[in-house]
Design a protein. Sequence first.
Length: 241
Amino acid sequence: MKKIFAANWKLFKSPKETREFFGQFKELAGKATGEVVFFPSAISLEAASESLKGTSIKFGAQNCYFQAQGAFTGENSAQVVKDLGGSYVLIGHSERRAIFGEGDALVADKVAFVQGLGLTPMLCIGETLQERESAKTFRVLETQLNLGLAKADKSKPVVVAYEPVWAIGTGKVATPEQVAETHTDVFNILKALGFETAPILYGGSVKPDNAAGLIKQPHVNGFLVGGASLEAKSFSEIASV
Protein backbone atom coordinates (compact mmCIF):
# COMPACT_ATOMS: atom_id res chain seq x y z
CA MET A 1 0.00 0.00 0.00
CA LYS A 2 1.33 3.45 -0.89
CA LYS A 3 2.41 5.80 1.87
CA ILE A 4 0.74 9.19 2.29
CA PHE A 5 2.30 12.16 4.03
CA ALA A 6 -0.30 14.85 4.72
CA ALA A 7 0.19 18.33 6.15
CA ASN A 8 -2.60 20.05 8.07
CA TRP A 9 -1.75 23.73 8.30
CA LYS A 10 -4.83 24.61 10.35
CA LEU A 11 -5.20 28.41 10.62
CA PHE A 12 -1.65 29.24 9.59
CA LYS A 13 -0.03 30.71 6.45
CA SER A 14 -1.37 33.51 4.31
CA PRO A 15 -1.49 33.14 0.51
CA LYS A 16 1.89 34.91 0.33
CA GLU A 17 3.40 32.59 2.93
CA THR A 18 1.91 29.60 1.11
CA ARG A 19 3.64 30.55 -2.14
CA GLU A 20 6.92 31.14 -0.31
CA PHE A 21 6.68 27.74 1.40
CA PHE A 22 6.13 25.86 -1.83
CA GLY A 23 8.95 27.75 -3.47
CA GLN A 24 11.21 26.03 -0.92
CA PHE A 25 9.41 22.71 -0.58
CA LYS A 26 9.28 21.81 -4.26
CA GLU A 27 13.07 21.61 -4.27
CA LEU A 28 12.96 19.08 -1.41
CA ALA A 29 9.94 17.06 -2.47
CA GLY A 30 11.91 14.65 -4.67
CA LYS A 31 13.02 12.69 -1.61
CA ALA A 32 9.47 11.83 -0.54
CA THR A 33 8.80 8.11 -0.33
CA GLY A 34 5.04 8.41 -0.87
CA GLU A 35 2.26 10.75 -1.91
CA VAL A 36 2.43 14.23 -0.39
CA VAL A 37 -0.76 16.15 0.43
CA PHE A 38 -1.25 19.64 1.86
CA PHE A 39 -4.31 21.04 3.61
CA PRO A 40 -3.89 24.83 3.69
CA SER A 41 -6.52 27.14 5.14
CA ALA A 42 -9.42 27.93 2.80
CA ILE A 43 -8.12 31.42 2.06
CA SER A 44 -4.83 29.95 0.82
CA LEU A 45 -6.26 27.16 -1.34
CA GLU A 46 -5.95 29.10 -4.58
CA ALA A 47 -2.35 30.03 -3.77
CA ALA A 48 -1.62 26.34 -3.20
CA SER A 49 -3.32 25.40 -6.45
CA GLU A 50 -1.25 27.89 -8.43
CA SER A 51 1.99 26.93 -6.69
CA LEU A 52 1.57 23.18 -7.23
CA LYS A 53 0.64 23.15 -10.92
CA GLY A 54 2.88 20.80 -12.84
CA THR A 55 3.92 18.85 -9.73
CA SER A 56 2.75 15.54 -8.28
CA ILE A 57 2.03 17.15 -4.92
CA LYS A 58 -1.65 17.00 -3.94
CA PHE A 59 -3.74 19.40 -1.91
CA GLY A 60 -7.19 19.69 -0.41
CA ALA A 61 -9.43 21.53 2.05
CA GLN A 62 -9.49 21.16 5.83
CA ASN A 63 -13.28 21.03 5.86
CA CYS A 64 -16.34 21.30 3.61
CA TYR A 65 -20.12 21.26 3.69
CA PHE A 66 -22.12 18.41 2.19
CA GLN A 67 -23.63 20.60 -0.51
CA ALA A 68 -21.79 22.30 -3.35
CA GLN A 69 -23.40 25.70 -2.89
CA GLY A 70 -26.23 27.49 -1.13
CA ALA A 71 -27.03 29.69 1.86
CA PHE A 72 -24.35 28.25 4.14
CA THR A 73 -22.42 31.25 5.42
CA GLY A 74 -18.84 30.53 6.40
CA GLU A 75 -18.71 27.04 4.89
CA ASN A 76 -16.37 25.65 2.22
CA SER A 77 -17.44 24.09 -1.06
CA ALA A 78 -15.86 20.78 -2.01
CA GLN A 79 -16.88 21.50 -5.60
CA VAL A 80 -14.66 24.59 -5.56
CA VAL A 81 -11.83 22.48 -4.15
CA LYS A 82 -12.26 20.13 -7.09
CA ASP A 83 -12.40 23.02 -9.57
CA LEU A 84 -9.10 24.33 -8.17
CA GLY A 85 -7.50 20.95 -8.82
CA GLY A 86 -7.67 19.61 -5.27
CA SER A 87 -7.82 15.89 -4.53
CA TYR A 88 -8.71 15.57 -0.85
CA VAL A 89 -10.91 16.94 1.92
CA LEU A 90 -10.07 16.52 5.59
CA ILE A 91 -13.19 15.48 7.50
CA GLY A 92 -13.95 15.02 11.18
CA HIS A 93 -10.74 16.44 12.63
CA SER A 94 -10.89 16.49 16.43
CA GLU A 95 -10.85 20.29 16.42
CA ARG A 96 -13.93 20.30 14.17
CA ARG A 97 -15.62 17.87 16.53
CA ALA A 98 -14.63 19.51 19.82
CA ILE A 99 -14.63 23.21 18.95
CA PHE A 100 -17.33 23.36 16.28
CA GLY A 101 -19.57 20.59 17.53
CA GLU A 102 -19.50 18.33 14.47
CA GLY A 103 -21.03 14.94 15.14
CA ASP A 104 -20.69 11.59 13.42
CA ALA A 105 -23.90 12.03 11.38
CA LEU A 106 -22.58 15.25 9.80
CA VAL A 107 -19.20 13.60 9.23
CA ALA A 108 -20.93 10.75 7.38
CA ASP A 109 -22.77 13.18 5.10
CA LYS A 110 -19.52 14.95 4.28
CA VAL A 111 -17.66 11.71 3.52
CA ALA A 112 -20.37 10.57 1.12
CA PHE A 113 -20.63 13.96 -0.60
CA VAL A 114 -16.89 14.26 -1.10
CA GLN A 115 -16.70 10.76 -2.58
CA GLY A 116 -19.58 11.61 -4.91
CA LEU A 117 -17.54 14.49 -6.35
CA GLY A 118 -14.61 12.20 -7.08
CA LEU A 119 -12.48 13.60 -4.26
CA THR A 120 -10.95 11.50 -1.48
CA PRO A 121 -12.15 12.05 2.08
CA MET A 122 -9.51 11.81 4.80
CA LEU A 123 -11.56 10.80 7.83
CA CYS A 124 -10.05 11.69 11.20
CA ILE A 125 -10.71 9.59 14.28
CA GLY A 126 -9.25 9.59 17.77
CA GLU A 127 -9.85 9.29 21.49
CA THR A 128 -9.35 11.74 24.34
CA LEU A 129 -6.95 11.07 27.21
CA GLN A 130 -9.88 10.31 29.51
CA GLU A 131 -11.24 7.77 27.04
CA ARG A 132 -7.87 6.06 26.71
CA GLU A 133 -7.33 5.94 30.46
CA SER A 134 -10.83 4.46 30.83
CA ALA A 135 -9.96 1.69 28.32
CA LYS A 136 -12.53 3.03 25.85
CA THR A 137 -10.19 3.60 22.90
CA PHE A 138 -11.41 0.64 20.82
CA ARG A 139 -15.07 1.43 21.45
CA VAL A 140 -14.63 5.12 20.54
CA LEU A 141 -12.78 4.37 17.30
CA GLU A 142 -15.21 1.62 16.33
CA THR A 143 -18.14 4.01 16.80
CA GLN A 144 -16.47 6.84 14.88
CA LEU A 145 -15.68 4.52 11.96
CA ASN A 146 -19.05 2.78 11.93
CA LEU A 147 -20.97 6.06 11.91
CA GLY A 148 -18.51 8.13 9.88
CA LEU A 149 -18.44 5.57 7.06
CA ALA A 150 -22.14 4.70 7.26
CA LYS A 151 -22.91 6.35 3.91
CA ALA A 152 -19.53 5.83 2.24
CA ASP A 153 -19.07 4.00 -1.04
CA LYS A 154 -16.78 1.00 -0.55
CA SER A 155 -15.78 1.12 -4.22
CA LYS A 156 -14.32 4.63 -3.89
CA PRO A 157 -11.15 5.76 -2.09
CA VAL A 158 -11.15 6.83 1.54
CA VAL A 159 -8.21 7.49 3.86
CA VAL A 160 -8.39 7.22 7.66
CA ALA A 161 -6.21 9.30 9.96
CA TYR A 162 -5.90 8.12 13.54
CA GLU A 163 -5.04 11.04 15.80
CA PRO A 164 -5.16 10.49 19.55
CA VAL A 165 -6.62 13.79 20.75
CA TRP A 166 -4.27 13.84 23.73
CA ALA A 167 -1.24 13.87 21.40
CA ILE A 168 -2.27 16.68 19.05
CA GLY A 169 -0.17 19.78 19.55
CA THR A 170 0.75 18.70 23.09
CA GLY A 171 4.24 17.44 22.41
CA LYS A 172 3.10 14.03 23.59
CA VAL A 173 3.21 11.18 21.12
CA ALA A 174 1.87 7.67 21.39
CA THR A 175 4.57 5.07 21.92
CA PRO A 176 5.36 2.79 18.98
CA GLU A 177 3.64 0.00 20.91
CA GLN A 178 0.48 2.07 21.38
CA VAL A 179 0.50 3.04 17.71
CA ALA A 180 0.99 -0.57 16.60
CA GLU A 181 -1.85 -1.82 18.80
CA THR A 182 -4.29 0.91 17.85
CA HIS A 183 -3.56 0.84 14.13
CA THR A 184 -4.07 -2.91 14.13
CA ASP A 185 -7.43 -2.37 15.84
CA VAL A 186 -8.37 0.29 13.27
CA PHE A 187 -7.38 -2.02 10.42
CA ASN A 188 -9.54 -4.82 11.83
CA ILE A 189 -12.52 -2.50 12.25
CA LEU A 190 -12.12 -1.23 8.69
CA LYS A 191 -11.82 -4.79 7.39
CA ALA A 192 -15.06 -5.75 9.14
CA LEU A 193 -16.75 -2.76 7.49
CA GLY A 194 -15.40 -3.62 4.02
CA PHE A 195 -12.78 -0.85 3.88
CA GLU A 196 -9.64 -2.95 4.37
CA THR A 197 -7.84 -1.17 1.50
CA ALA A 198 -8.11 2.24 3.16
CA PRO A 199 -4.68 3.65 4.11
CA ILE A 200 -4.37 4.44 7.83
CA LEU A 201 -2.29 7.47 8.77
CA TYR A 202 -0.98 8.35 12.22
CA GLY A 203 -1.17 11.91 13.52
CA GLY A 204 -0.20 13.41 16.84
CA SER A 205 3.04 15.37 17.38
CA VAL A 206 4.86 13.61 14.52
CA LYS A 207 8.33 15.09 14.06
CA PRO A 208 11.47 14.24 12.07
CA ASP A 209 13.02 12.53 15.11
CA ASN A 210 10.15 10.07 15.70
CA ALA A 211 8.77 9.54 12.19
CA ALA A 212 11.19 6.77 11.20
CA GLY A 213 10.24 4.65 14.18
CA LEU A 214 6.52 5.20 13.81
CA ILE A 215 6.37 4.41 10.08
CA LYS A 216 7.71 0.91 10.80
CA GLN A 217 4.70 -0.05 12.91
CA PRO A 218 2.06 -2.38 11.42
CA HIS A 219 -0.71 -0.71 9.43
CA VAL A 220 0.92 2.73 9.60
CA ASN A 221 0.66 3.89 6.00
CA GLY A 222 1.84 7.45 6.54
CA PHE A 223 1.24 10.54 8.66
CA LEU A 224 -1.07 13.50 9.12
CA VAL A 225 1.26 16.20 10.43
CA GLY A 226 0.39 19.49 12.09
CA GLY A 227 3.02 21.84 13.50
CA ALA A 228 6.02 20.08 11.98
CA SER A 229 4.57 20.56 8.49
CA LEU A 230 4.79 24.35 8.66
CA GLU A 231 8.53 24.31 7.95
CA ALA A 232 9.59 22.96 4.56
CA LYS A 233 12.74 21.18 5.67
CA SER A 234 11.07 19.55 8.67
CA PHE A 235 8.16 18.19 6.68
CA SER A 236 10.39 17.02 3.83
CA GLU A 237 12.38 14.98 6.35
CA ILE A 238 9.19 13.36 7.65
CA ALA A 239 7.99 12.61 4.11
CA SER A 240 11.31 10.96 3.32
CA VAL A 241 11.15 8.15 5.89
